[in-house]
Ligand binder design. Sequence first.
Ligand SMILES: NC(=O)c1ccc[n+]([C@@H]2O[C@H](COP(=O)([O-])OP(=O)(O)OC[C@H]3O[C@@H](n4cnc5c(N)ncnc54)[C@H](OP(=O)(O)O)[C@@H]3O)[C@@H](O)[C@H]2O)c1
Length: 473
Amino acid sequence: MRVLLTGANGYIGRRLKHALIQKEGIDIRLMVRNPDSLSSAANERCEIVKADVMSPETLDDALQDVEVAYYLIHGLTHSNFRDLDRQSAQNFLDACIRQKVKKIIYLGGLGDKQTGSEHLLSRIETGEILSSAPESLQCIWFRAGVIIGSGSASFEIIRNLVQKLPVMITPKWVSTLITPIGVDDVIRYLVAALELESGENRMIDLGEEAMSYGDLMLRIAAGMGLKRYLIPVNLLTPKLSSYWLTLFTPVPYGVASSLIEGLKSEVVTTNTLRHELFTITPHTLEEAVHHAVEEIESNQVISRWSDSGAGAAQSDSSDNIANAIFIDRRVVDFGDIPPQNVYRSFCMIGGESGWFGYDWLWKIRGVIDKLFGGAGINRGRRDSHHLRVGDSVDFWKVVDLVEDERLLLFAQMKLPGKAWLEFKIQEHTLIQSAYFYPDGVSGRLYWYALIPIHHLIFSNMASSILQRAENMQ
Ligand SMILES: NC(=O)c1ccc[n+]([C@@H]2O[C@H](COP(=O)([O-])OP(=O)(O)OC[C@H]3O[C@@H](n4cnc5c(N)ncnc54)[C@H](OP(=O)(O)O)[C@@H]3O)[C@@H](O)[C@H]2O)c1
């Protein structure tokens, strides 16, 4: 059976890829916008195909000889995401029909059209489109609510809130009912759906126990060994709640407000088809929390909500970096320090290890970024030692990584232009370059205003990288 996995670099897609690789008897094809964003381990077991669902002509090759296709694509970052998501789903369905695909497996969200947020409505529309050709192919449409797992946006928000705040003033929506599910269980259902008999379309709701959002927060806190108190008040408007989340958690304003909007309506299961079709016993909430915390503590997080989008950032980088107008470059000879240590040292940048000095300046920049609706500095990183293309590093994203040679970061902070930070090893020199492509006059003024700060940060950074490399064994 040949299986196509779309969204292979997304939060769910990366985990599903891991699970499918363990499964015998299937040929896996991964569809990505930029093949360089996949690790060499993925290349060994999977065929890689480059395609963009917004360019229908690229989809036929991706779907050729495919029996089952997973659809895990969405483009929340665009302001007109609903239109784009509808178009994406239609393009994909049309190509599946042309290529005689037998089954699409899709994961959307729980909730209904009457009360759903824009985000949920887009997920429902996508499911409806993918299910609209039952005479040609079957659609298995899973629906999940809050996903409990390391790196999931909802879980990260709650984890950060309960860790930082012993007492929380909460909006009245904390009484909204939701059905959470552990990410590992979601993956188990997605894999098991490969074996489902062909036939009619199915809509399968995932999750077992409904509870209020407030109870979910308290139970996650308890799972982390914390006793917390919630004080619900009616005064907290969606806007205020979103600012609150932006301030105390790693998510930027856009993600916070879309989650808060989602909290207004119930997201509970409405059918029990999962029991009839599968023999899976899902984990309890406490088990899912325990597993998520364990993964975080042991640096074993497979994917994070902020990992996707590398495809778009990468193509943007290769087009633009050569045209950067401003460059701050430092070239330092590192003598007989092993180049591998220099590489390991600069790959530890950001997150808990900090920025090789002047961390307080980076933190101020992070707060300014959050105030302007950006990601801020507290997204941290997935793993404190290892990086992978697509990983977020505070408000940067890894767009290129060549072992023992190069790390290229693309700035995701709010900027009047585009910026990159590159570390390169050439023989016995470390070349550290900050590139900036300004947007008009404001971009140029921004760069000139920051020259003194760049001078402080960047000259110190290169030498601190080498110092850390020298101290490594
Ligand atoms: N995460 C959750 O907590 C959660 C909860 C409930 C339901 N779900 C559902 O699960 C599904 C997957 O969600 P996710 O969180 O894994 O999403 P995600 O992390 O945001 O990933 C989205 C994926 O879509 C790909 N993509 C975007 N535009 C594309 C295009 N034009 N052509 C090809 N690929 C494109 C991205 O590729 P690049 O890497 O190239 O950008 C990325 O891999 C969604 O339907 C979502 O509603 C998720």
